[in-house]
Design a binder for this molecule. Structure first.
Ligand SMILES: CC(C)(C)c1cc(CCc2ccccn2)cc(-c2ccc(S(=O)(=O)CCO)cc2)c1
Length: 236
């Protein structure tokens, strides 16, 4: 089954994301538009705790030609991580919790002059049933830090994350009784990243890195999935 020892924690955070993270922040004074490129918008809310930058990031983007399930599959599957993630140095699958949940340990490239960070998190992928029939399907991946022993003794500072990738697939039906093709697909992405660096790191550097890395991730990751799925049957 899909239940595991972190299920309650994951389910609570999923409910929280579904309740708050899909809300539009365009007119919200707490959120500042960092980057806008075509359909992609990246927002930041400035937040510090004891001098540590916690700025939540929120991005929306629309990707044509793929489904939310396909985006979540390539985001969740550990084997593909280093194909699109440019900020990580090593990625390890620590434990397979269930068919749709794993524990991942990763070290990030050092962000000068701060010390190197690592993260240990549960990555869980689920389909959120649509409320009514003609509502779009929603697929979601949550990456949430947990306490867990790791097989390495590292010099890294342990960072913490609460990240969600929420994907809603729209289908514009082809005329007549033709099958749905990739050109009839478009997927609305909401990406939320709460990253706690876990200890002192220069605010200006973290903010500059987030401003650069978030749009870069969205473009690189979505292009990767479009390319990988182009000649494959559509996974709804
Ligand atoms: C502090 C440190 C741990 C080194 C760190 C710094 C930065 C760069 C700044 C940033 C913040 C938020 C979003 C993007 N970039 C990003 C991340 C990060 C980004 C993305 C994800 S994920 O979406 O869960 C994909 C799995 O890798 C996890 C961690 C971590």
């Amino acid at each position: 089954g899909s239940r595991h020892r972190f299920s309650i924690k994951v389910d609570d955070l999923i409910a929280n994301h579904l309740k708050y993270s899909l809300q539009d922040v365009g007119g919200d004074a707490n959120w500042q538009l960092l980057v806008e490129e075509g359909d992609m918008k990246v927002y930041r809310s400035e937040l510090e705790e004891n001098g540590i930058v916690l700025d939540p990031l929120k991005a929306t983007h629309t990707v044509r030609g793929v489904t939310g399930r396909e985006l979540c599959h390539y985001f969740w599957t550990v084997d593909y991580r280093t194909e699109w993630e440019t900020t990580v140095e090593t990625v390890q699958l620590i434990e397979q919790l269930s068919s749709n949940a794993v524990v991942v340990y990763q070290t990030h490239k050092t962000v000068w002059p701060a010390s190197q960070r690592d993260i240990l998190y549960v990555s869980s992928m689920q389909k959120i049933p649509s409320v009514s029939e003609n509502d779009p399907d929603t697929w979601m991946v949550c990456n949430i830090s947990v306490e867990h022993e790791v097989p390495v003794t590292t010099k890294c500072v342990r960072a913490k994350i609460n990240v969600a990738l929420i994907c809603q697939t729209m289908v514009s039906p082809p005329d007549g009784n033709h099958n749905i093709q990739r050109e009839n697909l478009s997927c609305k992405i909401t990406y939320i990243a709460n990253v706690n660096p876990g200890g002192w790191a220069p605010a200006s550097v973290l903010r500059a890195v987030a401003r650069r890395e978030c749009p870069r991730f969205l473009k690189r990751f979505t292009s990767y999935v479009v390319e990988r799925t182009a000649c494959k049957p559509i996974l709804f």
